[in-house]
Write a protein that binds this ligand. Sequence first.
Ligand code: AMP
Ligand code: MG
Length: 424
Amino acid sequence: MIPVREAEAIILGCIQPFNVIGDTESIKLDRVSGRILSQPVASRLDFPHWDNSAMDGYAVRFADVAQASETEPITLEVVGEVPAGCAPQNMVHPGQAVRIFTGSMLPKGADTIVMQENTTRKGDHVVVQSAPAAIGQFVRTKGEFYQSGDTLLPAGIALTAAEVAVLAAAQCTFVRVFRRPRVALLSTGRELVPPDQPLLPGQIVDSNQVAIASFLERHGAIVLPFGIIADDPRVTAATIAQAIEEADMVISTGGVSVGDYDYVEDVLGHLGGDIRIRSVAVKPGKPLTVATFPHSEAGRDQSVIYFGLPGNPVSALVSCWRFVRPALLKLSGLARGWEPLVVRATLREDLRAGGSRETYIWGSLYYGRNGFEFDRAQGSSSSGNAIGLALSNGLAVVPVGTTAIAAGESVEVLQIGVPIVEGS
Ligand code: AMP
Ligand code: MG
């Protein structure tokens, strides 16, 4: 049994992130949401593309209005206007102004914008009642935000709305991103049946397969479902061998404890796997098996990582949050942010644990006037019962050596959902 931190370090040490040469694809801008950029994006344009107005108002020559005031306003002749999307038709000569709108191109001759609120329009003339603070006021100059050749976005970031806006503005209609990791998924156990089949005595539904598939897809993976494998070493070996061929990561549940039908570790050994972890001092999820398989593809070495998770539905999912997620995100090419999302929260109720293993207790994480607070889920805390975990958004972490933490004390909580926001 090794400590959680050590297991995490071993797992992350086994993961080689996707390669910028072989593991990328170019996809259309409207499909990039959530994907990870594989190379920096530089601008091909200056932005703004031309000098433009930051306000609705009048484009003027600063020298004309530098002395304007409430008591001594200055009147200018309005010689035209620049609606959005149009090129200016008029030059601004001394004594003149051009009506302008936010984002419109600055006409030649003008160097400053007077905001509409500081003027009064009188027919073909505009009366300026206050002087702009400085030359260039409310003018956004060409290239002020960024210039052609500037790096807009670095490699290794996940693309969300704001990054997509930047890519669109820079006219990157195709974007090079890392491919999605392929994760093979299988359930072991002769008691298991798919959710749509009638249950005979002694049988249970294979809930892990769909639960973990949902988890993986949420984290950007392509799931390769390998179904249910009865507890037979030969069939298990053949299935795992095929899964390793096809995937970047393989996840199985069940068959990793010490029972008579727990074959997974033996099979991994026979298939040439390098067993890195056999069990972890964590509750739930102690019988975690991690192995790597060397895999050569197109001249480069990329090993496939195998996670043999415990069969209990809660143990399997807690292991996903704690161990699979960082591995998957690192593999995906994300430059940072694969570490577990941990916050400190004040306990609303006492927590108890055995003390010999790092214990994850599921419940609700709140955010309110007093910062984060955590409340343990009511009901059974059996790792065979996913009901409590179903409505939980956090896993409180009780360290090894601690058997109780009192209400009012603080604990680390691993976020597995969005905190519940209370009051304001
Ligand atoms: P195992 O790790 O194979 O000893 O399984 C531990 C417990 O988890 C047993 O009660 C199994 O019936 C249950 N279990 C195993 N695999 C699954 C699965 N895919 N879905 C739901 N429960 C499972
Ligand atoms: Mg089993």
